[in-house]
Design a protein. Structure first.
Length: 173
């Protein structure tokens, strides 16, 4: 599997709050490559927060934009660590281009663990609901198979520190 996976691009997928940005930034530093956060790239393009865009334009328009940004970012030849939005795997085109163009690591967190981490975070549009834990459980049930389908490796985020996760991932490359 490691031989088959392209090596210049390391992609992190997983639920919102699974640590994609935190782990991704440290990984990029360790590997000496650029760190790219697809949500940040999208926010620069739209000139407002993803949350505001969701409210104004709706989820499908966000997904269209996300799909074109994902295609563009994964086509770049420079070595990088790419952290993706938690819903990027919903579109089959994204699952395919991430898997084919990068080495994809799924940071697997349980919905309960994610909830503990991000319960006070007001920037995540999909969690602005009456029962965020219930919402996370639904997202997990829907997306866990899609993260697995997209990924070359699965890393459990439950206990290890960020530094340990970075070590575990670099050892698998
Ligand atoms: C989303 C997750 C967000 C962001 C958008 C939609 C999702 O990214 O892309 O709000 O569908 O799970 P994070 O996973 O970085 O929070």
């Amino acid at each position: 599997l490691a031989e088959a996976a392209p090596t210049h691009l390391l992609v992190l997928v997983g639920l919102p709050g699974s640590g994609k940005s935190t782990v991704g930034r440290q990984l990029a530093r360790r590997l000496g490559v650029a760190f790219i956060d697809s949500d940040q790239v999208i926010e620069q393009r739209i000139g407002c927060s993803i949350r505001a865009f969701f409210d104004r334009e709706g989820e499908e328009n966000f997904r269209d934009l996300e799909e074109s940004v994902m295609d563009e970012l994964t086509a770049a030849p420079e070595a990088a660590v790419l952290s993706t939005g938690g819903g990027a795997v919903l579109r089959p085109a994204n699952r395919q281009c991430l898997h084919e163009r990068g080495t994809v690591v799924y940071l697997r967190s349980s919905p309960e663990e994610v909830f503990r981490r991000i319960r006070h975070d007001k920037t995540r549009p999909l969690l602005q609901v009456a029962n965020p834990l219930e919402q996370l459980r639904k997202l997990y049930a829907q997306r866990d198979p899609l993260y697995r389908e997209t990924a070359h490796y699965v890393v459990e985020t439950g206990r290890p520190s960020v530094a340990t996760l970075v070590n575990m991932i670099t050892m698998q490359l």
